[in-house]
Design a protein around this ligand. Structure first.
Ligand SMILES: *Cc1c(COP(=O)(O)O)cnc(C)c1O
Length: 429
């Protein structure tokens, strides 16, 4: 369906009623396992001679429909859906650095990702080097040593709306035979498609704007089908013979898809963060309104930004629509559908006033999930990014007075009135 437009694909791609008793809406395959027709069928499935389902931990039709739809939206070649965004990130980085190695990582990323960088990956033999050189590809190039197995960035970052130049980062990475992984959760494929900008692997928390109704946890891993960086010398894990594959390697079985194949076979299969068919179904329903939701969230964010920029209660505002946005030229070029619903601002207040402000907010929800249909407000340094140490806060450019907003689908004037009354209640204006 690649010739169809984005909005047609988000409703139709990856699912055919004719495969399912003409059911217009994708059925929920609520089953743990699938019958083998006979012993030959079982053998064919287990050795990947034949495509099919055998156990829902590693594959389920409803999960496939969801994954295939996102694959079409991102213009990817291969995809697998997993149980959460964190599973997508950790499985991807483990798969890249399976035999040890270093991941060069952006400091402008989700708090849980930083937490995994600090505490999980070193324990598993994967070194993470967090570097602000992602802002300057020439500097980044100097950091790509032989040990580097991947570069990890967010396209639009959380919570500061940093926008990285994926084209330039990919160019220097590819010169050194290193793939680029982009967490595209905030942008969604409606605002930005990293594979069109040279990235090799895209990961999502589908919990957020991608599905948008805030009632499921899901993740996705997609790639562009280019396996040429994974040489046997640098990435031997893809060329190791596996007994279960009758002595073949992942690269022997799927020459154009061995990255995600090995990830599924090893990490999804053995660590087991599978996506449930029920949640995949909710995800499909969410995708149907992706453009409409993100466009409205963007409009609401732009109105809130304009209000905050004129408020005496506010020191600074960060969003692609903000007047002094750091990455304006890049945003004008790449974010033609707008900058999304997430913004942050510096509140001009004492910590006590800031707490009074948050405690007087009535309409915004106070929680951590962004991209929800409902607007939320949160003091990121104390909550979503509280895992960061002093140095990481500085490197990530997260000041102590940062407040993050994820605008939802309510009326913008009601949201602005809520901010105004809470600023007043706190005595800031
Ligand atoms: C929420 C989030 C994640 C983690 O996703 P989960 O689905 O909560 O596991 C990863 N990256 C970004 C940018 C996020 O916002």
């Amino acid at each position: 369906m690649s010739e169809l437009a984005f909005d047609t694909k988000k409703i139709r791609a990856g699912y055919e009623p004719g495969d399912n008793q003409q059911a217009v809406s994708p059925p929920i395959y609520q089953t743990a396992a699938y019958d083998f027709r006979d012993t030959e069928h079982a053998q064919n499935l287990f050795t990947y001679k034949e495509a099919g389902y055998l156990y829902t931990r590693v594959g389920n039709p409803t999960v496939t429909y969801f994954a295939e739809r996102v694959k079409a939206l991102d213009g990817a070649k291969n995809v697998v859906a997993v149980g959460s965004g964190m599973a997508a990130i950790s499985y991807t980085l483990l798969n890249l650095a399976a035999k040890g190695g270093t991941i060069l990582a952006s400091p402008y990323v989700y708090g849980g990702t930083i937490d995994a960088f600090d505490r999980l990956f070193p324990e598993l033999g994967v070194k993470i080097k967090i570097t602000d050189a992602v802002l300057d590809p020439a500097k980044l190039e100097a950091e790509i040593t032989d040990d580097v197995k991947g570069i990890y960035v967010e396209s639009i970052s959380n919570p500061n709306a940093y926008l990285l130049d994926i084209d330039a980062i990919s160019e220097v990475a590819h010169k050194h035979g290193v793939p680029v992984v982009v967490d595209n959760t905030l942008a969604t494929p409606y605002l930005y498609r990293p594979l069109e900008h040279g990235a090799d692997i895209v990961v999502y928390s589908a919990t957020k704007s991608l599905t948008g109704h805030g009632n499921l946890i899901a993740g996705l891993i997609l790639d562009n089908g280019n396996m040429s960086y994974y040489t046997p010398e640098k990435y031997p894990q893809f060329y190791e013979k596996i007994v279960m594959l009758k002595g073949k390697s992942p690269a022997d079985i799927f020459a154009d898809n061995f990255f995600i194949f090995r990830l599924t076979l090893v990490y999804l299969n053995l660590l087991g963060a599978a996506l449930s068919p029920q949640d995949a179904y909710l995800g499909i329903i969410g995708l149907e309104t992706l453009s409409e939701r993100v466009a409205k969230q963007t409009r609401n964010a732009e109105k809130i930004v304009a209000y905050l920029e004129n408020s005496p209660a506010v020191e600074w505002v960060r969003h692609p629509s903000a007047k002094n946005y750091k990455f304006k030229a890049l945003a004008d070029k790449h974010l033609t559908n707008g900058g999304g619903g997430v913004l942050s601002f510096g509140i001009k207040a004492t910590p006590e006033q800031e707490a009074t402000f948050l405690n007087n907010i009535k309409l915004f929800h106070y929680h951590v999930n962004l991209g929800d249909a409902r607007s939320l407000i949160v003091d990121s340094p104390n909550t979503t990014h509280s895992e960061l140490n002093e140095e990481e806060f500085k490197l990530a450019d997260i000041p102590a007075n940062l407040i993050r907003i994820s605008s939802g689908l309510e009326d913008a004037d009601d949201l602005i009135a809520d901010l105004e009354q809470a600023f007043k209640a706190a005595g800031i204006i």
